[in-house]
Design a protein around this ligand. Structure first.
Ligand code: 13P
Length: 288
């Protein structure tokens, strides 16, 4: 059964570790992530961008697939199915489809409008027992067509949004979706600390753009209140590299190596290795 992310993130915030949000793109992604979370006895959040939702034939298809996998694979660790960077309309669609968690990314609206729309969604999510993530200060880079300028969040605005009763808060602190450029200045821990102080110890903070952030920065971010870390690109890169290696070695031409179950297997193993590594780093193993 899918669960809201509320309990798992509350525990993570109090226990000084973070739960990974791993974005899914298809059956192979969802299966690899669920099996790894189960193997490591870790809570997990499956992220679905609006683009990936469309690709997977809509939100109801995603809900059906993930619920089916949880039953058929015997997954017992807590799993939240979460809309990533949702629009206001997208959030409502996911709620209707049976997601257990949604992100409303109102960071590109003026703060008053972000507050008004977030407030409405807080009411709906509370009534249904779902978790809601809000965002202040856009995450840099591009993810599935969602482009952010990389503004650093204003701690006072974070406090305003946190006080609306959201479950978790994503704040821009110099993080970027996708690979970090050579000249990246790193995370703004001064801002993260100020946000953490403003919103208080009970508010789980979310770090987007988890791909390529060095381990020491991840640890510092967790120590300052980050309880959820999103990873997307890194699984895509490891899947692509393993698939490339399989094909370049000509393995698809040997025997029945072209069978999709064989062709996609190295990529799935690569996703599992990435997820395993992140769960270790985030400290959520054996916290289910
Ligand atoms: P990366 O693709 O950089 O890992 O970011 C993922 C993310 O933040 C999803 O919202």
């Amino acid at each position: 059964m899918l669960v809201s992310a509320k309990e798992m993130l509350k525990k993570a915030r109090a226990g000084h570790y973070a739960v990974g949000q791993f974005n899914i793109n298809n059956l192979e992604w969802a299966k690899s992530i669920l099996l790894t979370a189960q193997e490591m006895n870790s809570p997990v959040i499956l992220g679905v961008s609006e683009g990936a939702g469309k690709y997977m034939c809509g939100y109801t298809t995603v809900v059906g697939m993930v619920n089916g996998m949880i039953n058929e694979l015997g997954i017992t660790v807590p799993v939240a199915l979460h809309l990533d960077h949702g629009s206001y309309e997208g959030a409502k669609k996911c709620i209707a489809a049976g997601f257990s968690s949604v992100m409303f990314d109102g960071s590109h609206y003026p703060i008053e409008e972000n507050i008004a729309k977030t407030t409405e969604l807080v009411g709906i999510c509370n009534e249904l027992g779902l978790s809601l993530e809000a965002e202040v200060g856009a995450i840099g880079g591009e993810e599935d067509g969602v482009v952010g300028g990389g503004e650093v969040a204003d701690p006072d605005e974070c406090k305003m949004i946190a006080d609306l009763g959201v479950t978790m808060l994503a704040a821009g602190i110099g993080n970027i979706h996708g690979k970090y450029p050579e000249n990246w200045a790193g995370l703004r821990f001064d801002v993260l600390e100020a946000i953490s102080k403003k919103v208080g110890e009970d508010m789980p903070l979310v770090l987007h753009g988890g791909t390529g952030i060095p381990a020491d920065m991840i640890k510092t971010a967790i120590s300052l209140g980050v309880s959820k870390i999103n990873v997307n690109t890194e699984c895509q890169l490891s899947f692509a590299a393993a698939t490339r290696e399989y094909i370049e070695a000509g393995k698809d031409l040997q025997g029945k190596g072209f069978d999709p179950r064989k062709l996609l297997a190295p990529g799935c193993e690569a996703i599992k290795a990435t997820v395993r590594e992140k769960i270790e780093l985030f400290g959520s193993a054996n916290k289910a």
